[in-house]
Ligand binder design. Structure first.
Ligand code: SF4
Length: 508
C-alpha cells in the first residue's frame, strides 16, 4: 500500500500513486465517459468565437455565478453586531452552506442557526419552527440580539415573518422587548450584497424606528460585504483615529472572524454594540464604503435626516483621496499629515514599479464595488483592463464603469459585463485573452484551463490563507494590493526567464 500508519501521505501525492491512477482509469471505463479525443475536440470548440456567441446569448442557465445568495450576506451583516446570533428561517442545509462558506474563507467558525424547515413546514408553514427555534436559540446561546433572515423555502411559501415573530413574543418564546431585527432575503432575486443591505437596514430600523433624532457630529460607516473585513475594518478605524473622527462602524465583523487561539472559544466577539447602533440615529452622516451593499440602508439614513455618501471599495490613490476628503468635509477637520505621508509612499512605490506594471492587461470579476475599485486602481497603475465582469452588477453599475474607463486612454479596450457568470468569462478569456486575472478562488479553474495567472483579491478566497487579515483599503491597503500584483508578475517572469537563463536577473 502506498500509505501506512508510519507513512501518512497527503491526498495531493497519495492519489498520484499507481494504485490510485489505475483505479481512476477503471472508474472512467465504468462510467463510459467520452473518449480523450472527443473531450479534446469539445475543449477546443468551447474556446472558439462561435461558442462564445452562443455562450453569451445563454439566458435560461447560470453556470458558476460570481455571487452568493441573499441570506449569506444577511448572516455576515448579523454577526457584526455585539453578541448577535444569525438566525435563518428556512432549511438547515442553507445555513450549513453559509457557515461553511464564511468559515472556509476566514478560517474561523461562523455561528448561525436555522429553524430547520423540512417537508411538513414547507406544506403547512414554518410558524412552529420559528416559535420553537427562537425559544431554543435564546435559551441555549444567550445572545443579546437574534437577527432573523429567510432562505428560499420560507420565501417560496410566503411565511409572514412579522406575524410569526409577534406570535413568538406572545407565546413567551422570547421577551416582549428583546431585539429581533428581521430581513426578508429571497435568494431568487439579488445576491449576498442585497441580503447584507437588507439585514443592516433591518437592524437600524429595529433600533431607530419610533425614536426622535437628536443630531450630533458623529459619523456612521457601513463597511459592506467584504472578504477583507478583518484587515479593512481595522485599517478604517486606524484612519479614523489618525483623523480624530468619532465614528460608529455599522456591523463590524473584524473581531468575530479573527478570534485568537488562547484556550477560550468565543462564539461572539467584538461587533458594533447595540448602544452604539441606537445612538447612530443621531449621527450627522452615514457613509457606505460600498454603494451596492448599502442602498436601502442609506435611504433609511437619509429618511431620518442624515447626510449620506457612498464609495466603491476605495483602493489606491484617487479613491482614497476622495474618501479622506469626504471625511474632512463632513467633520471640518484637515486631512492629517501622517495620512498625506502615506499617500506619498504609495505614489512612490507605484512609480518605483511602474516599468513592470505599465501596459499589463487585466480582467477582473467580483462584486460591483470591488470591480469598480480594482479597475480604478489598475488604471492608476497604468494597466489596461480587458473584461470587467460582475454577475450581480446592474445597469447603473455598468454606466459608472463606462464613465470610469472613459477617464483614461488605458480604458479603451475594456468591456463591461453585467449579469454574466464565470462560464461566460471563460469564453471571453479564451477568445480575447489578457495577462492577468483578478478575482476570487473560483478563478483558479479559468487559470488552469486558459493559462491566465490568477491574483486572488476578493471573496471568497478558500485556497490561500490569511489574506483577509491585511487591509486593501486606503493608501496602506493600496500598497498591499500593489505588492500582491507585483509579486505575481515578477514570479512569472522568473519562471519564464529560468527556462533559457536569459534575463534571469537578480535585480528587478
Ligand atoms: S439559494 Fe436558496 S436554497 Fe440555495 S442556499 Fe441560498 S437560500 Fe438556500
Amino acid at each position: 500500500m502506498p500509505q501506512s500508519a508510519e507513512r501518512i501521505k497527503d491526498h495531493a501525492t497519495l492519489f498520484n500513486e499507481p494504485e490510485y491512477l489505475a483505479l481512476f482509469e477503471r472508474k472512467k471505463a465504468l462510467e463510459c465517459g467520452a473518449s480523450t479525443e472527443t473531450v479534446a475536440k469539445q475543449s477546443e470548440y468551447v474556446n472558439s468565437w462561435e461558442y462564445r456567441e452562443k455562450n453569451l446569448a445563454r439566458e435560461a442557465l447560470t453556470v458558476n455565478p460570481a455571487k452568493a445568495c441573499q441570506p449569506l450576506g444577511a448572516v455576515f451583516a448579523a454577526v457584526g453586531f455585539e453578541r448577535t446570533l444569525a438566525f435563518n428561517h428556512g432549511s438547515q442545509g442553507c445555513t450549513a452552506y453559509f457557515r461553511s462558506h464564511l468559515a472556509r474563507h476566514f478560517k474561523e467558525p461562523c455561528a448561525a442557526v436555522s429553524t430547520s424547515m423540512t417537508e411538513d413546514a414547507a406544506v403547512f408553514g414554518g410558524l412552529q419552527n420559528l416559535v420553537d427555534g427562537l425559544a431554543n436559540a435564546y435559551a441555549v446561546y444567550k445572545p443579546n440580539m437574534i437577527a432573523i433572515s429567510t432562505t428560499c423555502i420560507a420565501e417560496v411559501i410566503g411565511d409572514d415573518l412579522t406575524a410569526f415573530i409577534q406570535k413568538a413574543r406572545k407565546d413567551g418564546s422570547i421577551p416582549e422587548d428583546y431585539p429581533l431585527p428581521q430581513a426578508h432575503t429571497p435568494s431568487f432575486v439579488g445576491s449576498h450584497i442585497t441580503g447584507y443591505d437588507a439585514m443592516v437596514k433591518g437592524v437600524l430600523s429595529n433600533f431607530w424606528n419610533g425614536k426622535t433624532r437628536e443630531p450630533n457630529d458623529r459619523l456612521n460607516i457601513i463597511p459592506g460585504f467584504d472578504g477583507y473585513a478583518v484587515g479593512n475594518n481595522r485599517e478604517l478605524k486606524r484612519i479614523l483615529a489618525e483623523f480624530g473622527v468619532d465614528c460608529t462602524l455599522i456591523s463590524d465583523v473584524s473581531e468575530v472572524f479573527d478570534t485568537p487561539t488562547d484556550g477560550a472559544y468565543r462564539m461572539f466577539d467584538g461587533g458594533t454594540t447595540l448602544k452604539a447602533v441606537t445612538e447612530a440615529l443621531n449621527a450627522k452622516a452615514t457613509i457606505a464604503m460600498q454603494q451596492y451593499c448599502s442602498e436601502k440602508s442609506l435611504e433609511l439614513a437619509a429618511s431620518v435626516g442624515q447626510e449620506t455618501a457612498a464609495f466603491h471599495y476605495p483602493m489606491g490613490v484617487g479613491a482614497t483621496d476622495e474618501f479622506l476628503m469626504k471625511l474632512s468635509e463632513l467633520t471640518g477637520k484637515p486631512i492629517p499629515e501622517s495620512l498625506e505621508k502615506e499617500r506619498g509612499r504609495l505614489v512612490d512605490a507605484m512609480a518605483d514599479s511602474s516599468a513592470w506594471l505599465h501596459g499589463k492587461t487585466y480582467s477582473i470579476f467580483g462584486d460591483p464595488d470591488f470591480v469598480y475599485g480594482m479597475t480604478r486602481f489598475a488604471l492608476e497603475m497604468g494597466a489596461e483592463p480587458i473584461h470587467l465582469l460582475s454577475t450581480n452588477g446592474g445597469k447603473e453599475w455598468e454606466a459608472q464603469m463606462k464613465a470610469l474607463l472613459a477617464t483614461s486612454p488605458a480604458g479603451a479596450k475594456a468591456q463591461v459585463w453585467t449579469g454574466k457568470d464565470l462560464w461566460a468569462m471563460r469564453s471571453l478569456l479564451a477568445t480575447e485573452p489578457c495577462d492577468l486575472l483578478i478575482g476570487s478562488s473560483y478563478g483558479k479553474y479559468l487559470e488552469r484551463d486558459l493559462g491566465i495567472p490568477l491574483i486572488r483579491l476578493t471573496f471568497p478566497i478558500f485556497d490561500r490563507h490569511h489574506h483577509h487579515r491585511f487591509p486593501v483599503w486606503g493608501y496602506a491597503g493600496g500598497l498591499r494590493v500593489l505588492v500582491t500584483i507585483l509579486d505575481k508578475i515578477l514570479d512569472l517572469l522568473d519562471v519564464e526567464t529560468a527556462k533559457t537563463g536569459i534575463s534571469f536577473d537578480l535585480v528587478r
